[in-house]
Design a protein. Structure first.
Length: 151
């Protein structure tokens, strides 16, 4: 009589490729570091500006402009960090964030909005925008989005 192989063993898939990427692990570590910094008193605008200062150009310049735009158009939003990124919150919840291109080795920076942003338009609307350079037109569009998101 032949012995039967375990069906589980014969069909088990490799665990390789399952789990977090190195970039995702780094983002989690940054979140933990953000929480520790907040506990030590480094939070709010101080933490946000430190994140911006650590960025490379041209993202640093874009992040500085976004910071100014948010302060001018939505002063009720609180500067903070979110998953290691500069962000702005309302009632303790992130509303929008700026992700520099280097964060996940992207070819562009991202201006993103959480589900707490008031951007709803029917059944479908964008929640993030690719940003390669800050032009007057981009600044105007960002200002309008920030005002709407903060409502």
């Amino acid at each position: 009589m032949a012995t039967k192989k375990s069906a589980t063993k014969a069909t088990r898939k490799s665990a390789k490729g399952v789990g977090l990427t190195a970039a995702e692990k780094a983002a989690l570590k940054e979140t933990i570091a953000d929480q520790k910094a907040a506990a030590a008193g480094l939070e709010g605008e101080t933490a946000l500006l430190a994140k911006i200062a650590a960025m490379k150009e041209p993202d640093r310049g874009m992040a500085k402009r976004i910071h100014a735009i948010v302060k001018a158009n939505a002063p009720a939003l609180s500067p903070t960090t979110w998953y290691g990124m500069p962000a702005y919150s309302k009632d303790g919840k992130a509303v929008l964030f700026f992700q520099d291109a280097a964060k996940f080795k992207s070819r562009y920076a991202t201006l993103g909005f959480s589900d707490k942003a008031s951007l709803d338009e029917g059944e479908l609307w964008p929640t993030s925008y690719a940003l390669k350079e800050m032009t007057p037109a981009a600044e105007a569009r960002i200002g309008a989005l920030v005002k709407k998101a903060a409502r």
